[in-house]
Design a protein around this ligand. Structure first.
Ligand code: SF4
Length: 949
């Protein structure tokens, strides 16, 4: 770009100043251009050394119409209420909803599944087009489909309402003002200067003609033809195009820090996040720190985002949604962690950590059937937590919220919107909304915008109707979704905007992104409620491709003339196919376009300095602190030293996703609990065989009821769900009891869920629990012990073998039960067998493991050692070595089977594993360490929570 060429920005500003000096009023096509010209004027006055001056009459078109209407009202020449877009939407909505209600039993034009709000929006847009093109009188005759005829009915009803109640819509304003001008009711400036109008619609032309007819001189300031040729930049793909743009802008700013630069993007909403990411990386990498102030960025988007998407307002909407009914879990989690909800106080500065703990270990541990929770249930849960005292601010704000809700208990009752707006304000105050946030300028502006949204809600009382809280909240949500919020401009050197927004502005350099034939010009949509023929006759947007293309060419030429040089770029390859330069560039002088793709240069950011930390140096545990836990410690150490260190010494754990109803682990736990109760009553195989089928089913059914009542019955679960679960358990355990009665050799159940505390293995003192120990009977007398571990998933004896066993729980019990007397003090019987009791339907059902002599187990695997006792000795050595490794802090990142061991590990963020190594095939394999039932039988799970608490 040639910097020394004429500067369109200065040229335009000087023409505007000259017109202002002559007493002209300047009208711009959009608010952005008005802001830019006013600022340029102010800067110029300052340069002249003036201390104060009158604000210049530079107005956007809509603002000018509004000011003329206001003057008519003040002068008593008009009395209608000018509806805001929200109020107009309400009128359309009422009319359409009433028709749908009346015709719900019959087919009608509103057979469409589109919700009423969407229909009301389309109707308002059709109404606006009709008046912009001065075609209201042609509508009825042109209607030829059920949809367009429905719109004719709605439009008539809408007009009736407006006439009867004295409403005027924004769409009708230009025509109303034209009539007032023609009648001489408005005083007008001597001169109007129009800036940035690529085209004018018939209603605008008619009004300007009327204004011109009163003697006002009207000039249309169009940009000069481009004085320097533009260039076309072809990149190989969309990412390269963006990075090339960012680098060019960076170079430009380095050369000329005061330059005013613009990036123009046709579909800016879709591209916004990616542009922000790439520009942040290349133009302000220091701003990647999330705590960095926004003012650091050298660019800004001139168009705002929906107010509802800003963090502050999203939190406010969640709080109000919660007051109206249950809130989804993910939103509750977001609230818990939000600085804008129930802010922590100085006396409990670490409350945010306890909230995270509450979220991870209490909220997610519930198994509701619906993924949501009401505010009252949540408050109960908080109050019932044993560490509730660690959440003082949350508890206080929840109580305050409940108090406001109780005062407004009749949320279903109907009140005015203004009343509900006041209630919403009270609810947010009770929730401590935004009270703890640092009052940054952006938050301050967001709060002001939110307050105007509440004010706008109150304006919906214009019809005098009363609504429920839910209806008022729905209206507020819509207002927040439709209101765009952009913080006040920081006048960053790079402005990012759409092609229409750029009208009326000039820059030192422009980069027009996505100027390929697939991206520019965008094809506007026609309105489905307006007759197609009418739209085509009047060349409405989208109905006349030739006219749309001509307009796009004009806009392109205007942009090319808005800076000394403009780069138009496009990506050769896109997901939709290969691209060429947009045909809309045909009228722009282009400097010989290159044929080679522009390839993004490799990043020239500072290389990241890596620091090497050896991970094979043991990290001994702090002296005086006992390392406690269960078999999970040894399982984790066997899987990976670092994993054991992170999980069992740092107590780092991945967040469990909240599950609905019973998950597979809970179902496994239920099976354990039912079998525990059953064998507490039946005692052994002989007693089992002696039962009738009815007795056995009765005992099973009672055991199931007790287990469900004791552990798993959420009061909110419907009876049907519980009945289905009962039936599933009964069917499964009937088969299991058949197996125990017929396939196994004689036994009695010696102990169930026996726990041994504080047993020594190497330097560790562990708590060990085993599901069941049977006494094997030979000729009616005790002949040995069989240690059993219930499984509802897949398990195999090989999981106990090797230096790094995947499932060390049973070997550990075998070792400690041989070397430590039981609580009764009896010496243990010889070990007869050790086995998984796999309680699952089908061929995998069975008791499978190692036996000391033939016939103890129905499915015995070949013992790798000489005898079962020799195998126990081997396990003792293996487990002692793992205990020593853990105790001495061997925390090397050394997964047993990389990458399978790592696939489901929750410590990947800490150990810095490269996730790209985890292929999709590995993903399908189960984690040998992560036994879904391990937590059910492993005391570690409870201890982990205890230690966090
Ligand atoms: S992800 Fe792999 S290497 Fe990292 S801690 Fe887990 S098991 Fe060890």
């Amino acid at each position: 770009m040639d910097v020394s060429a004429a500067l369109p920005a200065q040229l335009m500003q000087s023409r505007v100043r000259q017109a202002l000096t002559r007493g002209a009023t300047v009208l711009t096509a959009n608010q952005r251009a008005a802001r830019t010209l006013r600022r340029a004027f102010d800067l110029h006055q300052r340069e002249l050394g003036l201390a104060s001056w009158q604000p210049p009459p530079i107005l956007a078109w809509e603002t000018w119409l509004g000011s003329l209407w206001h003057r008519l009202l003040v002068d008593g020449h008009a009395s209608e209420l000018l509806l805001s877009p929200t109020q107009e939407h309400r009128v359309w909505r009422n009319i359409i909803a009433a028709e749908i209600a009346a015709a719900s039993a019959t087919a009608s034009a509103t057979d469409s599944l589109r919700p009423v709000d969407a229909l009301a929006e389309t109707a308002a847009s059709a109404w606006s087009l009709l008046h912009d093109y001065r075609a209201r009188h042609r509508l009825a005759a042109a209607a030829d489909t059920s949809d367009t005829r429905a719109f004719v009915r709605w439009a008539r009803a809408f007009e009736r309402v407006c006439r009867d109640r004295g409403y005027l819509t924004q769409a009708e304003l230009a025509e109303a003002l034209r009539a007032a001008v023609a009648a001489g009711k408005i005083s007008l400036p001597r001169e109007l200067l129009l800036v940035g109008f690529d085209s004018k619609r018939p209603a605008q032309i008619a009004l300007l003609d009327a204004v011109g007819g009163t003697g006002t001189q009207i000039d249309d300031l169009q940009p000069e033809s481009a004085r320097a040729a533009s260039t076309i930049v072809r990149a190989s793909n969309a990412y390269d195009e963006l990075t090339a743009c960012a680098r060019r802008l960076r170079d430009r700013l380095t050369e000329q820090p005061e330059a005013a630069l613009a990036v123009i993007v046709p579909a800016i909403d879709d591209e916004r996040a990616e542009i922000d990411r790439v520009f942040r990386q290349l133009l302000a990498p220091e701003a990647n720190d999330i705590a960095a102030p926004v003012g650091l960025l050298p660019y800004e988007f001139s168009l705002g985002v929906p107010l509802a998407h800003t963090p502050l307002v999203a939190t406010a909407l969640d709080i109000l949604r919660w007051a109206a009914g249950p809130l989804p879990f993910d939103r509750v989690t977001a609230l818990l962690l939000s600085p804008h909800f129930a802010p922590t106080v100085a006396e409990s500065p670490s409350e945010h950590l306890h909230r995270a703990e509450f979220d991870a270990f209490v909220l997610r541990e519930r198994q509701p059937l619906l993924p949501e929770i009401s505010l009252d249930n949540f408050a109960q849960l908080v109050a019932g937590w044993r560490h509730a005292s660690r959440l003082p601010a949350l508890s206080r704000h929840l109580r305050a919220l409940q108090a406001v809700m109780r005062r407004n208990a009749s949320n279903a009752a109907e009140r005015t919107h203004a009343d509900w707006a006041a209630t919403m304000h009270d609810l947010l105050e009770a929730a401590g909304w935004s009270a703890g946030s640092e009052d940054s300028s952006i938050e301050f502006q967001t709060r002001r915008k939110w307050e105007s949204a509440l004010d706008e809600l109150a304006t919906l009382d214009f019809e005098g109707n009363r609504v429920s809280f839910a209806a008022a909240f729905a209206a507020l949500e819509r207002i927040a979704a439709k209101t765009l919020f952009a913080p006040e401009s920081r006048h960053a050197p790079i402005q990012i905007m759409g092609p229409l927004e750029a009208a009326g502005s000039a820059f030192d350099a422009i980069w027009f992104l996505r100027a390929g034939d697939l991206g520019w010009p965008a094809v506007p949509a026609t309105n489905p409620l307006l007759p197609w023929r009418l739209q085509r006759d009047l060349a409405m947007p989208g109905a006349d491709p030739a006219r749309d293309f001509e307009l796009a060419k004009r806009i392109t030429a205007r942009i090319a003339a808005s800076a000394p040089g403009v780069d138009f770029s496009y990506a050769r390859q896109t997901a939709d196919g290969d691209q060429r330069p947009s045909p809309a560039l045909a009228g722009v002088a282009i400097e010989s376009p290159g044929s080679a793709d522009l390839v993004a240069a490799p990043t020239d950011a500072e290389p990241i300095l890596l620091e090497c930390l050896p991970d094979d140096v043991p990290i001994p545990s702090p002296p005086g602190r006992a390392l406690e836990g269960g078999a999970g410690i040894l399982a984790a150490q066997a899987a990976c030293g670092f994993r054991a260190f992170a999980e069992k010494r740092l107590y780092s754990s991945a967040l469990e996703p909240a599950s609905l109803g019973l998950d597979h682990r809970e179902r496994g736990n239920l099976v354990h609990a039912v079998l525990d109760r059953f064998w507490a009553q039946v005692e052994g195989q002989a007693a089992l065989r002696g039962m009738t089928t009815a007795d056995r089913d009765d005992t099973l059914a009672r055991s199931i009821d007790e287990a469900l009542a004791r552990y798993h019955a959420d009061p909110g679960w419907p009876r049907e769900y519980l009945d289905a679960e009962r039936l599933r358990l009964l069917n499964l355990l009937r088969q299991w009891m058949d197996y125990e009665a017929t396939e196994r050799s004689p036994f009695v159940v010696k102990s169930r869920e026996e726990q041994r505390k504080d047993v020594q293995i190497g330097p560790l003192r562990l708590n060990v629990r085993v599901d069941r120990v049977d006494t094997s009977l030979v000729d009616g007398g005790p002949a040995g012990e069989i240690i059993l571990d219930y499984k509802t998933g897949l398990a195999k004896p090989a999981d106990w073998l090797g230096d790094r066993p995947d499932a060390p729980q049973l070997p550990l019990y075998a070792v400690v039960s041989r070397s430590h007397p039981s609580q009764s003090g009896e010496s243990p019987l010889p070990l007869a067998g050790i086995a998984f009791a796999t309680v699952r339907p089908g061929t995998e059902m069975g008791v499978n493991g190692y036996e000391a002599r033939d016939g103890v187990l129905p499915k015995a695997a070949k013992l790798p050692a000489e005898s079962l006792d020799a195998q126990v000795d081997e396990w003792r050595a293996t487990l002692t070595s793992l205990a020593e490794d853990f105790h001495s802090g061997h925390a090397a990142v050394a997964p047993k089977q990389y990458p399978a061991t790592c696939q489901y590990c929750g410590q990947r963020l800490l150990c810095r594993l490269d996730p790209s190594a985890l292929s999709a095939e590995v993903l399908a394999e189960p984690d040998p360490y992560l036994d879904p039932e391990s937590d059910a039988t492993d005391p570690d799970a409870a201890e982990l929570e205890a230690d966090f608490g």
